[in-house]
Design a protein around this ligand. Structure first.
Ligand code: HAM
Length: 420
């Protein structure tokens, strides 16, 4: 039997209801904050990710699904959404009517990492981006949205980490200090970090190899090198979070794994998923729109790891499983055409309905209704055909009533009305 690809997974009925609930909560919350959905392709030109995420990152160096298509063009399955959303923002001049755009998307991403708990090769992200706003209040709004969503979903054991990665004015000073320090511990670094030390020393701070982490214990902290503007923005972000009652940790080690960040960066971390502690991550990327050929406009955003979120929420998929309002038990072949007609009409009228099409005994049909947890069973057989009235059984109270054939659809519509 052909099995699915390692690191990929199916989300089956029974689990998918939880995903739908999470998605519903995210959509409604984001829409309250003025975000609109954007749908972007799953594949892009490889160049887009190289130029945005950065050539020296783990994602671009080791993890992308990149191949030449049949025409010889280099294409990549998207490892994240920000690059594509920025491309769309520029390509369709979404900034022209108003540079301020709040966009979100939900969908699969692909990274060829080593699979383990909370880490997959196809995983899903819930991504939100704000374009055209330089104020740190936009970052605070994003963090507030994240924390609110996690609270609504009863996510366990989560905390917000924030840091600032500075800007082109202050980062070179930090870079020099870091490079100076790295020169002293060079022999303790892994091969990748020795190579990155000169080209992109910030990436060394992001290395997961235990030896590198240990060598970096005395590394300088970027916060000590922030320029006046970056310092002011970082203070304003923290003041806004405090005023909103959002608790957070200033985490000087938080550098994120993508190159495009400037100033505020943040992650939501959890202790529930072993090594995969980040449930969501994001930050400001004020230079990327311009670097990819657009106008000089600031931007900030985040992505939630949907799979990881689904693993730590306090909700149970079972609570969201749809139950039929009515199960139609048709006994004997004479009653089946009419039962089938009701089944189709009820479904069209918004009643959740199930029916078995084959010949079954009443006992076996009632068993099916129980298994599906149907609220009602509508029974029709030869006797009912004679009386021109079906029997409706309320499965909770066990009460049975006769319903004339011409009243079946209306009666069930009323009986199954859900609060809207
Ligand atoms: P990221 O930190 O690379 O950021 O990914 C965001 C989240 O996606 C992670 O915190 C994690 O929960 C989830 N994730 C990443 N890789 C995997 C994996 N292999 N398996 C399961 N979950 C995973 C970004 O992607 C940025 N585009 C976020 C952003 C948006 N920054 C600004 N705007």
């Amino acid at each position: 039997m052909i099995q699915l690809i390692r690191g990929f997974k199916d989300i089956l009925p029974g689990e998918v209801e939880l995903w739908q609930k999470i998605e519903q909560e995210a959509r409604s919350l984001f829409e309250n904050f003025g975000f609109r959905e954007i749908r972007i392709p799953i594949m892009e030109k490889t160049e887009l990710f190289k130029r945005s995420i950065g050539e020296d990152t783990d994602i671009v160096e080791k993890e992308m699904y990149t191949f030449a298509d049949r025409g010889g063009d280099m294409v990549t399955l998207r490892p994240e959404a920000t690059a594509s959303i920025v491309r769309a923002y520029i390509q369709h001049k979404l900034y022209a009517p108003d540079p301020v755009q709040r966009l979100f998307m939900i969908g699969p991403m692909f990274r060829r990492e080593r699979p383990q708990k909370g880490r997959y090769r196809q995983f899903y992200q819930i991504d939100a981006e704000i374009f055209g706003v330089a104020s740190p209040l936009a970052d605070a709004q994003l963090i507030f949205m994240l924390v609110t969503l996690l609270g609504r979903l009863q996510a366990k054991n989560v905390e917000a980490h924030v840091n600032s990665l500075g800007c082109p004015a202050c980062r070179p000073g930090f870079r020099d200090a870091l490079q100076g320090m790295l020169a002293h511990v060079s022999d303790k670094l892994c091969e990748d970090c020795r190579r990155r030390r000169d080209r992109n020393p910030l990436r060394v701070l992001d290395c997961k190899v235990p030896g590198c982490r240990e060598a970096l214990t005395g590394a300088p902290s970027i916060i000590d090198y922030l320029c006046g503007d970056c310092r002011r923005d970082f203070d304003e972000l923290q003041a806004a979070l405090t005023a909103l009652g959002v608790s957070y940790i200033v985490d000087k080690r938080l550098v994120r794994g993508l190159d495009y960040y400037t100033r505020a960066t943040f992650e939501i971390q959890t202790g529930e998923l072993g090594a995969q502690s980040a449930v969501a991550g994001g930050g400001r990327y004020d230079r990327l729109v311009k670097e990819l050929g657009g106008p000089d406009l600031p931007a900030t955003g985040f992505a939630i790891g949907f799979d990881r979120l689904a693993e730590i929420v306090g909700l149970q998929a079972g609570d969201y499983q749809p139950r039929p309002d009515v199960f139609i038990a048709a006994l004997g072949s004479r009653s089946r055409p009419l039962a089938f007609e009701w089944c189709c009409r009820l479904g069209r009228e918004g009643v959740r309905v199930e029916m078995e099409f084959g010949e079954k005994s009443l006992k076996s049909l009632m068993k099916s209704a129980d298994r599906l947890k149907a609220d009602h069973v509508l029974m029709i057989g030869d006797q009912e055909l004679e009386k021109q009235a079906a029997v409706l059984r309320n499965m909770q109270t066990k009460e049975q009533t006769a319903v004339p054939f011409d009243r079946v659809v209306d009666t069930l519509k009323t009986a199954s009305r859900r609060p809207s």
